[in-house]
Write a protein that binds this ligand. Structure first.
Ligand code: NAD
Ligand code: MLT
Length: 312
């Protein structure tokens, strides 16, 4: 039997991850989204590497008898019970900058897609339909973009969409207005942002405070022409409230990468032609996956060697 520390890779990660781990570990694989596979597999490993589909909750932590590190190859830690891990002496690491450009680029893509109906027109044309007037869109230039959460990704989106001539405003109670001003972004209250925005893009972590933040009350304050993008986490934009707002013409369109329950292959929101949906692709580029894999592999190596793990 191998005496090397065991690293469990519970989701598909870039091959660069295993290369960066090197020869000093026994590598095992499992499908972390399948609890019946995850719980026995985590029992005797030293580290687990995950993306967003594996829930490392209190039950999984309790099932792990020698776990030392949970490594999230990405940003969001909402699928890890950090407090249960900490209580059990398990370190939690992530790769907080690995995919920010990639995620920002997808959000910008969704903004463009909702403005110009690109996926819908593409699907219709490939179905033999030449429908030019049906897919008339709206311009981005001179429009107001409301960024909810002006952190790493929100700031990159603000910068990129400014280049399209958009006026950018933001809601983020934790950002210094001077820092926002440097970016050419005006900080507003959430209500003000909802009232003035032609497009809204959400870049918040999923926390008890942010779940449902863009819910029924918020969606009654927006312009009926607003298009809303959520490439952060499902549930921050309440799906039922968004459904009603779209149905009643109180919201003109949405671009969604994330869903309250994933995988999500069947949502009432998919009935709307004006909803553009992607299957949680925000971090899915070769570049981001490679960076995330290498970053967490490095953190796992350091942590299992008992060395200090610097912020990535
Ligand atoms: P970040 O921590 O740099 O920025 C988050 C911002 O939200 C911060 O500025 C913070 O002040 C603000 N914030 C926190 N709580 C808030 C609240 N209650 N109200 C208003 N603002 C609040 O994070 P980031 O790197 O920009 O990532 C944002 C989120 O995007 C991640 O937490 C992750 O869930 C998600 N994400 C999704 C994908 C994807 O594949 N779709 C990829 C990467 C990240
Ligand atoms: C993240 O939070 O980094 C993303 O959800 C990435 C992922 O898909 O793993």
């Amino acid at each position: 039997m191998s005496s090397k520390p065991v690293v469990l890779i519970a989701e598909e990660l870039s091959p660069a991850t295993v290369d960066a781990l090197g020869p000093d570990f026994e590598i095992r694989h499992c499908n972390g989204a399948d609890r019946a596979e995850l719980l026995p597999a985590i029992a005797d490993v030293d580290a687990i590497l995950i993306r967003s589909a594996t829930k490392v909750d209190a039950e999984a932590i309790a099932a792990a008898n020698k776990l030392k590190v949970v490594a999230r190859a990405g940003v969001g830690l909402d699928n890890v019970d950090v407090s249960a891990a900490t209580k059990a002496g398990v370190m939690v690491v992530n790769a907080p900058t690995s995919n920010i450009v990639t995620a920002a680029e997808l959000a910008c893509g969704l903004l463009l897609a909702t403005a110009r109906n690109i996926p819908q027109a593409n699907a219709a044309l490939k179905n033999g339909e030449w429908k030019r007037s049906k897919y008339t869109g709206v311009e981005l230039a001179e429009k107001t973009l409301g960024v909810v959460g002006l952190g790493r990704i929100g700031a990159l989106v603000a910068q990129r969409m400014s280049a399209f001539g958009m006026k950018v405003v933001a809601y983020d109670p934790y950002i210094q207005p001077a820092r926002a001003a440097q970016m050419g972004v005006k900080v507003l209250s959430l209500d003000e942002l909802l009232e003035v925005s032609d497009f809204i893009t959400v870049h918040l972590p999923k926390t008890p405070e942010t779940v449902g933040l863009i819910g029924d009350e918020a969606l009654r304050k927006v312009k009926p022409s607003v298009r809303i993008v959520n490439a952060a986490r499902g549930g921050i934009v309440d799906e039922e409230a968004l459904y009603s707002a779209l149905k009643e013409g109180r919201v003109a369109g949405a671009g969604l990468d994330v869903y309250a329950k994933e995988p999500c292959t069947d949502s009432p929101l998919f009935e709307f032609d004006q909803v553009v949906s992607t299957p949680h692709l925000g971090a899915s580029t070769d570049e981001a996956q490679e960076k995330a894999g290498i970053a967490v592999a490095r953190s796992v190596r350091l942590a299992l060697a008992g060395e200090l793990v610097p912020d990535a």
